[in-house]
Write a protein that binds this ligand. Structure first.
Ligand code: MN
Ligand code: MN
Length: 465
């Protein structure tokens, strides 16, 4: 027998990372561009969780999904969805197997960091009208200054009717902006830490300077309120019962001379949401019931009735189980969930905070995280190696290019996902998502090829036999 040479031995024994581009198949090019193009359309019209849920519902209905009614009879191949508070949506395709054999779940969140308006947002100071904001999720405040912002959301009027409000999405719309201090007068500001220099209370968005023609106090504020009343029929009191957010007035763009990446607001975590959604829309007659969850409130801890901690998920799955005479807990115990969330991409501009041997790289495929958390893995669900192995086999079989990841260097910081709330239900779960550069910035960057691998992974889970 011929002796193996060193090169062959290294190939057999070493784990060498390859760019996802090196393992693509001929036909993948078109598939990647088509998926990316649909994603860009989706994300531009889904800048809040409500919009994301509404657009997902629209797509689901086009693909034959029906709203689930409590107690309705179900059979294999049925496509159902259920919503809660217009802020989360769960889609399911009923499998051939009994629910006692468990679910195949992809769960991701559709809220993103942003600037919410305070309950009493509108005021006038020195001839300028402003909205006061309260940031939502982890934002580096300076990134949101001198940045064109759109207003998106809803306001409920006294009689309970809800109006949609959207200013800035149309290219002819005006935008709003929070001013930044000019460098010429920043001598004192430069001496402060970033945390001291940029405070939440100074995040006030400029709305207008033109006074109402009639004499009196607050003429600019009156002009702004009159404009809002004319356009949306709302009065100042209605802000107290509104959910209005300022989001970047930036649409998704190809990034790089090679157009290999997408820059956009809200990749975290609408890219995994979209991949999961697209994968379940295309799922017909799965072996096990496929479930795609787009949940809210992850960025502030998954609390609230629309967050992953809410029992909405259990109510829906419990209902489905009852129709088959299956115990919910038994169904959960046999289930597998890929918790879809973006992960930190290794950034050569900031090597000090990354471990390049263990951090996911943009363009190297789907990131698989055994654990997230902080310090000694605190706040992480830490998937078992058997779950990792099961995921590995699933991904390899589906020819998904994947890589492992960790959230930066040990003790540099950290973060969590919804995985731990899935795990609390005794569902096997592992974090599987797309590496992102500039996470939580107004313009985050992902690779198209990683989005494609994510979609392939989720499709493989739903259609596992
Ligand atoms: Mn996330
Ligand atoms: Mn996040």
């Amino acid at each position: 027998m011929r002796k193996e040479d060193r090169g062959e031995r290294c190939k057999r024994l070493f784990n060498t990372q390859k760019s996802a581009f090196d393992v693509l198949e001929e036909s993948d090019g078109d598939a990647i561009e088509n998926l990316s193009s649909s994603y860009k359309d989706f994300i531009d019209s889904s800048k809040t969780e409500r919009e994301c849920v509404e657009n997902s519902r629209g797509m689901a209905e086009q693909w034959g999904f029906r709203p689930y009614q409590t107690g309705m009879a179900i059979k294999a191949g049925d496509k159902l969805y259920t919503e809660d508070n217009n802020k989360n949506i769960i889609l399911a395709v009923i499998g051939k197997n009994s629910l006692a054999d468990g679910l195949r779940i992809v769960a991701s969140h559709c809220d993103s960091p942003r600037l919410d308006l305070k309950p009493n947002p509108l005021y006038e100071e020195d001839g300028q009208a402003f909205f006061k904001t309260h940031y939502y999720g982890g934002v580096k405040k300076y990134q949101w200054l001198a940045m064109p912002l759109e207003l998106r959301g809803v306001a409920a009027k006294r009689d309970g009717t809800v109006v949609d409000i959207q200013v800035g999405a149309d290219p002819y719309d005006p935008v709003l902006v929070i001013s930044d201090l000019l460098p010429h007068l920043s001598a004192d500001a430069y001496k402060k830490t970033i945390g001291e220099g940029f405070t939440g209370e100074s995040m006030n968005a400029l709305l207008g300077i033109k006074p109402d023609p009639e004499e009196g106090d607050d003429r600019v504020k009156l002009a702004v309120m009159s404009w809002l009343y004319e356009k949306y029929g709302i009065i100042e009191e209605d802000f107290r019962t509104a959910e209005l957010s300022l989001v970047p007035a930036l649409n998704a763009r190809d990034v790089g001379f090679d157009r290999s990446m997408i820059g956009a607001y809200g990749h975290d975590d609408r890219c995994c949401s979209f991949a999961g959604l697209q994968a379940i829309l295309e799922t017909e007659q799965p072996q096990n019931t496929a479930v795609c969850v787009l949940t809210d409130k992850e960025e502030i801890g998954s609390e609230g009735v629309s967050g992953m901690i809410s029992s909405h998920f259990d109510t829906f799955i419990g209902d489905l189980c009852r129709t088959q005479g299956v115990e919910l807990n038994h169904c959960y115990a046999k289930s597998l969930c890929l918790s879809g969330d973006v992960c930190n991409a290794y950034d050569p501009n900031y090597p000090d905070v990354h471990d390049k041997r263990n951090n996911a790289k943009i363009g190297y495929g789907l990131g698989v995280f055994k654990y997230t958390g902080r310090a000694g893995k605190a706040g992480s669900s830490d998937a078992s190696c058997e779950t990792m192995a099961r995921t590995r086999r699933l991904l390899d079989k589906a020819k998904v290019k994947w890589q492992v990841g960790e959230l930066g260097k040990v003790d540099q910081g950290g973060g969590g996902t919804i995985a731990m709330f899935i795990a609390r239900r005794n569902i096997e779960v592992v974090d599987v998502g797309i590496p992102v550069l500039s996470m939580h910035a107004p313009f985050e960057v992902i690779a198209k090829v990683d989005l494609f691998m994510c979609y392939k992974a989720y499709y493989a889970l739903f259609n596992e036999v």
